[in-house]
Ligand binder design. Structure first.
Ligand code: NAD
Ligand code: MG
Length: 393
């Protein structure tokens, strides 16, 4: 039995992870589950999976959970706050940590898991975009390992040579090809984009996800963050990462080799496949995902990404080509802009304007340690909030 902690258990990835765990009885012991405010769902998960500890970021929600747990006589310790999240990720009886908190809030607990030598199952792409270098250094020092959960990066991981051969050049890798669905607005008339609503932006054609990543998919900032994620995880420059729009989301990404071979990983669009892969790697376990029926699918299609329709993609590529601070500024501005859009304070096309303005203000110096990364994150959030005040609807 592998001891498992799930950071962000109450979210889309967290719920899918528990589904895979339940399909493979006797394989994983759930030791820690965390959430932010949704204590009722965390309570249900505690009843079913009986972790030793449950953590909520929000103290009031933790108080409610503690009372409910006591009333039911469950033997679960309940804690609150950011430090407790990091402690849950570094418990000695935990071997695997699913890092599935959304946004910069996931950085510190994910880093704690890496420092403690865990297998980090990494969904929290924002942590990699902000501090991929620190995460990799922490894992190298602690002897931990990382298996990507993001479907594209999990696909690349499966198509690359075994991780011992870490140098892409030595392995003959020429390009990493990231597929992108194009999101819900791939064919929406350009002049209609300014007026789209949060509900429309969150209605992804192929994937059911949390609201922040759904908006990121609609702007294609998600693919932009994933370009940076690929550079950090696999040690390649941005010039070797390419995006191809593939609306069916069946091919999850591809690796091109020097001899012209291109290896792809395919499957139905369901995050339980990469989750099961990462939980069992190098073995294979059941995920509950239906087999892929290619004949029933009929056709797979591809097209280039349109930089006019998706200015966020171009901004992310610009940040990826800059120093390590530019992605921190980009990510912070995006998180603040997406939250403002979801709250109805700015329009959909304003998201790119906010990010562009914050990125234009970034001038270094390049952050090299955690404190300077966190300071740049705060500073960039302030700059984004300032820009939003000038745009507010
Ligand atoms: P979600 O919004 O459904 O869930 C987010 C989780 O994070 C919840 O458990 C929430 O309680 C927790 N959380 C939010 N704010 C927090 C805070 N301040 N402190 C502590 N916990 C907090 O999001 P999701 O769709 O599950 O995505 C999670 C991560 O996985 C994101 O980084 C996303 O980019 C990545 N990812 C998701 C998918 C997907 O299909 N959903 C695919 C690839 C990558
Ligand atoms: Mg992805």
């Amino acid at each position: 039995m592998k001891g498992l902690a799930i950071l962000g258990a109450t979210g889309s990835i967290g719920v899918s992870t528990l589904d895979v765990v339940a399909r493979n009885p006797g394989r994983f012991a759930v030791r820690a589950l965390t959430g932010c405010r949704n204590w009722t769902l965390l309570l249900e998960q505690c009843r079913r999976f009986q972790p030793d500890v449950a953590v909520l970021a929000d103290p009031e929600a933790a108080r409610q959970l503690r009372a409910a747990v006591a009333a039911e006589g469950l033997s679960v310790e309940v804690h609150a706050g950011a430090e407790a999240l990091a402690e849950a990720a570094s418990r000695p009886d935990v071997e695997f940590v699913m890092a599935a908190i959304v946004g910069a809030a996931g950085l510190l607990p994910t880093l704690a898991a890496a420092r403690a030598g865990k297998r980090v199952l990494l969904a929290n792409k924002e942590a990699v975009v902000m501090a991929g270098g620190l995460l990799r250094a922490a894992l190298a020092e602690s002897g931990g390992e990382l298996v990507p959960i993001d479907s594209e990066h999990n696909a690349l991981f499966q198509c690359l040579p075994p991780s011992g051969d870490a140098d892409p050049d030595a392995a003959g890798v020429t390009r990493l090809l990231l597929t992108a669905s194009g999101g819900p607005f791939l064919d929406t008339p350009l002049e209609a984009l300014a007026a789209v609503t949060p509900e429309q932006a969150c209605a992804h054609p192929n994937w059911e996800m949390g609201r922040k990543i759904s908006v990121d998919s609609a702007t294609m900032m998600n693919k932009g963050l994933e370009i940076i994620e690929a550079c950090r995880l696999f040690g390649v420059g941005v010039e070797r990462v390419e995006v191809v729009v593939h609306p069916e989301s069946i091919i999850h990404s591809l690796v091109e080799y020097r001899d012209g071979s291109v290896l792809a990983q395919l499957g139905n669009p369901d995050m339980r496949t990469p989750i099961a892969h990462a939980l069992a790697w190098p073995e294979r376990i059941h995920s509950g995902v239906a087999p892929l029926d290619l004949a029933a699918r009929g056709q797979l299609s591809f097209r280039p990404a349109d930089p006019v329709r998706f200015p966020c993609l171009a901004l992310a590529m610009q940040a990826a080509a800059g120093d390590a601070g530019a992605p921190v500024a980009l990510n912070a501005a995006n998180e603040v802009a997406v939250a403002a859009f979801l709250e109805g304070r700015i329009g959909f096309t304003d998201i790119a304007a906010v990010i562009e303005s914050v990125l234009a203000q970034y001038a270094g110096p390049e952050p090299r340690d955690l404190d300077s990364i966190l300071a740049l994150d705060v500073h960039s959030r302030d700059a984004a909030a300032e820009k939003i005040r000038t745009l507010a609807l």
